[in-house]
Design a protein around this ligand. Structure first.
Ligand code: AMP
Length: 425
């Protein structure tokens, strides 16, 4: 064992898996970009207050933050999520609304590492600030849906709920508290503790002991004001209109006081319940204001890369892209010619790799095979003398042929086109 390894819950993302991560982000950027969202790149670190405003009572903020005092005596934290940073940036820069942004990148939470749960993990997400239109909620949900489809996922379930207006939610929370207090004996000890902090969160309990009490609990729908009911109705109508299937789930609550109206979650159809939450989001108010900005409506979601890739593995889609180059150069004359040829090819936009240390022909050809390149360019002393290189197709039935050294790039382009045709035939 080497002396140093990465810290628990952190990972080295090696090729070719890193290529898959990049493509994941690129597909997300395409989907969001095509809907008019621009990318925001918030810092990895903020004043700890930014995150504390978002989730004073959540584990993410109270127990899991990587925080420290920097050399300037500032109490800072690595971001555990990015919504808070986006709202802080909005309050700071006051862009024109509606402000539609997307993000991609790592977050940090000091959690117990396990499959699908890490201390540094990537999310992609979007936030829209400054609009309250129910069809915006639909747009936001559809973008996540579209993203899953683009990855090839077919077994994702969309769970949908509305928390109503803040007053509806407060009335509901009070009713829920009364109900659970009347059934205290039937609640699990863990849920009794949750009840003292946030009655809504008791609805999250997956413990079998709580199932019976939960089944009889009051439902949020009976507490909606007319306005909240109409908004939720419009969201459902929009989703139905676009053919997006959803399941109403009244237990889908978000613990923070900022959340109102629409909430949603995406679940992977093939994963265990511990990792099946691929991502989620909802509407929030008050966040921008609490960070020094004007009262501003917000909606957004965050999707976890790890869980989504686990779902992709299970469904056999979105594999790591093969790390192939176009051409592999084999040079048995010392390597200078390989240096020139790879430089020439790369300058012409053709990806090229080569062997080093003047290895034997056999060993270099093995490298050519491993590289995944469809074509090898071979140079020996005979070729140098004749002013040619040997172009050898590595797949298909074509035989090798000499091509003039001066016509290298043109010949390679033609041979690559031919190889691509054969591959798709
Ligand atoms: P949250 O920001 O907690 O609402 O999480 C949104 C999504 O991010 C979850 O559904 C997960 O897919 C993912 N996620 C959250 N925490 C972690 C973690 N520690 N490791 C990997 N993925 C995570």
């Amino acid at each position: 064992m080497p002396e140093f390894q990465h810290s628990p819950g952190m990972r080295d993302i090696l090729p070719p898996e890193s290529g898959r991560w990049r493509r994941f982000q690129a597909v997300f950027a395409e989907v969001a970009g095509a809907a008019g969202y621009g990318e925001i790149m918030p810092p990895l670190m903020e004043d700890i207050g930014v995150f504390q405003r978002v989730g004073e009572h959540t584990d993410v903020v109270t127990k899991e933050m990587y925080d420290f005092i920097d050399k300037g005596e500032r109490h800072v934290a690595l971001r555990p999520e990015q919504t808070a940073s986006v709202c802080r940036a909005f309050a700071q820069h006051r862009p024109i609304t509606p402000w539609k942004v997307f993000y991609a990148g790592p977050n940090f939470r000091y959690e117990k590492p396990q499959r699908g749960r890490y201390r540094q993990f990537d999310q992609v997400g979007i936030e829209v600030l400054g609009a309250d239109d129910p069809y915006l909620d639909v747009e936001v949900i559809v973008l996540a849906w579209e993203f899953y489809l683009r990855l090839g996922l077919q077994q994702v379930t969309l769970l949908l709920n509305s928390l109503g207006e803040p007053q509806d939610r407060a009335n509901y929370t009070a009713a829920l508290k009364d109900y659970f207090e009347q059934h205290l004996d039937a609640l699990s000890p863990e849920s009794r503790v949750t009840l003292t902090k946030n009655p809504l969160r008791v609805l999250d309990s997956k413990r079998p002991a709580d199932a019976a009490v939960l089944a009889g609990a009051p439902r949020i729908a009976s507490f909606y004001s007319a306005e909240a009911a109409a908004h939720f109705e419009a969201v459902q109508q929009g989703l139905t209109d676009l053919g997006i299937p959803f399941t109403l789930d009244t237990s889908l609550v978000r613990g923070l006081d900022y959340y109102r109206r629409t909430t949603f979650e995406f679940q992977g159809g093939t994963l265990d319940s511990a990792q099946n939450a691929l991502g989620g989001g909802g509407r929030y108010d008050g966040l921008v204001e609490s960070l020094g900005g004007p009262p501003t409506h917000g909606i957004g979601f965050a999707l976890g890369l790890d869980r989504t890739l686990l779902a992709c593995d299970d469904e056999g889609v979105f594999a790591a892209p093969p790390a192939a180059v176009n051409v592999f150069v084999v040079d048995t004359t010392g390597g200078l010619e390989a240096l020139r040829i790879t430089a020439e090819l790369r300058a012409a936009g053709i990806s090229a790799d080569r062997a080093y240390e003047n290895r034997s022909m056999k060993s270099q050809m093995k490298g050519a095979d491993r590289s995944g390149a469809p074509i090898a360019i071979i140079v020996g002393s005979n070729e140098i003398e004749a002013g040619v290189v040997t172009l050898r197709p590595l797949r298909g039935a074509d035989v090798q042929r000499p091509v003039a050294r001066g016509a290298l790039v043109t010949e390679v382009i033609q041979a690559l086109e031919q190889a691509a045709k054969e591959a798709t035939a």
